[in-house]
Design a protein around this ligand. Structure first.
Ligand code: HEM
Length: 445
């Protein structure tokens, strides 16, 4: 009896109440480093504290970074009532609205996600392919040759045009230019640090009262509500393939249609979630490819031959090596045992996309750009996570990869491309995305 009583505690896994260790510097300093050198901070902390550590970031509370596939799996498959993603995105609420799938949790989140899923099914992408290729080709043909040219702003133009056509269903006519301009002004709110900073400083609730902020949101709202009203009365609604038309036709589980406000919030969510991210991923693909001319050549040969395997692997490798977003957030609503810690409610668990993707045990030579690594090995659910995972996995993952394939194919077929400067471009943080510092500058010929 005595022996058993003594032996038991030794065999039980030890759970430490509280947060894993992390850098001891003050929160303000951690926040400052994070906003400029996120990847460096992740690498340093991983080397010092291991696969689980805590960062303290202003307005974000505690981030428990997780860099172990088994633990990432537990987070992504965890109970959505306990692992809240919407709560981690509250900063977007004044911009995207109260119905946005990004800011909701639990039942409300599932309700909106159900309505949004059908237009994003993999096979539906084919319907958008032609339009995407047409937009990409038109843009790419207009680019200048023989001079340094930054690709990122042009990739943004392409992804905005594609969203206008496929999500809003607006690709010609007199309403297109004003809508495009208003959406650009709106996107500034989420990508321009000068506009994002006040949002962080005065908080999501009071920002609605700031006139410059309201003006941009009001303008975009007016135009979008106009589009929704027009679409509700469109005679050809059933034949239309754009996402706005599909949302107008969609029904809640109780059979009721989506309200104008719901549709508005989801359209803007798709714009904000899908525009900058895809443009950045495309810029990184080219930034890497031009510095590996033999890989670029292989891609071009296959594009002309109508093959896709190397292109797919290139996109997967780009998103591994240069993930656009370095982590995803789940805020805990109750204490959770994870990796030997009893984490308190209120803390956030943050699977680190960047650290998982750079783990040499998962990816040999993790810092090299090697699309070949994915040719015979499809990416793993918990080891390749550029789109997050579980019930919150990026709704636009298939859309984004399809769009990247279309644009890259057009680009390598149209132009010979070399880097404007042989040195690799380093990641540079813009709002929440990690972009190439010199905007993927190339010379086309
Ligand atoms: C390369 C491009 C993209 C990247 C890297 C990316 C990445 C992500 C990530 C990391 C998340 C959070 C996932 C999580 O919390 O587990 C997310 C969510 C989301 N993304 Fe994307 N995304 C991309 C493109 C798009 C596109 C094109 C769209 C739509 C047109 C889109 C729509 C969404 C939506 C609606 C969510 C929220 C899903 C939910 O909360 O249920 N994304 N994305």
């Amino acid at each position: 009896m005595v022996a058993t009583a003594i032996a038991e505690p030794a065999t039980e896994p030890r759970t430490i109440p509280g947060l894993p260790p992390g850098p001891r510097m003050p929160r303000a300093l951690q926040t400052a480093i994070w906003s400029r050198q996120a990847q460096w901070m992740l690498r340093q902390s991983r080397a010092r504290f291991g696969r689980m550590f805590t960062l303290r970031i202003a307005y974000e509370g505690e981030w428990v970074m997780v860099a172990e596939p088994e633990l990432v799996k537990r987070v992504f498959t965890g109970d959505p009532k306990v692992f809240h993603a919407g709560e981690g995105n509250q900063i977007l609420r004044p911009i995207l609205g109260d119905n946005s799938v990004l800011v909701l949790d639990e039942k409300q989140h599932i309700g909106q996600r159900r309505l949004l899923l059908p237009p994003f099914h993999g096979e539906r992408m084919q319907a958008y392919g032609e339009k995407m290729a047409e937009i990409a080709a038109r843009e790419i043909e207009s680019w200048p040759t023989g001079t340094p040219y930054a690709l990122r702003p042009r990739m943004q133009a392409i992804t905005l045009e594609i969203i206008l056509a496929t999500v809003f269903g607006v690709d010609h006519g007199e309403r297109m230019a004003p809508l495009r301009d208003a959406l650009r002004g709106f996107l500034d709110l989420t990508t321009n640090p000068a506009l994002l900073a006040p949002l962080l400083l005065i908080g999501p609730d009071r920002i609605r009262r700031v006139a410059a902020f309201r003006r941009r949101v009001d303008l975009v709202d007016e135009l979008i509500y106009g589009e929704i009203a027009e679409r509700r009365n469109a005679a050809d609604l059933a034949e239309r393939e754009d996402i706005l038309s599909m949302l107008v036709a969609a029904r809640h589980e109780d059979g009721s249609p989506m309200s104008d406000a719901e549709i508005r919030d989801e359209l803007l969510t798709l714009l904000v979630a899908g525009h900058e991210t895809t443009a950045t991923a495309l810029s990184w693909a080219m930034e890497r490819l031009v510095r590996h001319p033999e890989k670029l050549e292989r891609l071009r040969d296959e594009a002309f031959a109508g093959e896709d395997a190397y292109l797919t692997a290139t996109i997967q490798e780009t998103l591994r090596l240069r993930p656009v977003i370095v982590l995803v957030i789940r805020k805990l609503t109750e204490p959770v045992e994870l990796g030997g810690y009893e984490l308190p409610a209120g803390a956030s668990v943050t699977p680190s996309i960047y650290l998982i993707h750079r783990d040499p045990e998962i990816y040999p030579e993790p810092n090299r750009f090697l699309p070949e690594r994915f040719l015979d090995n499809p990416p793993g659910t918990y080891t390749w996570i550029p789109f997050g995972g579980g019930v919150r996995r990026c709704l636009g993952a298939a859309f984004a990869q399809f769009e990247m394939a279309v644009v890259l194919r057009e680009l390598v077929k149209h132009h010979d491309i070399r880097p404007a400067n042989p040195a690799a471009e380093r990641p540079f943080r813009r709002a929440i995305t990690e972009t190439p510092r010199h905007n993927a500058e190339v010379v086309l010929s």
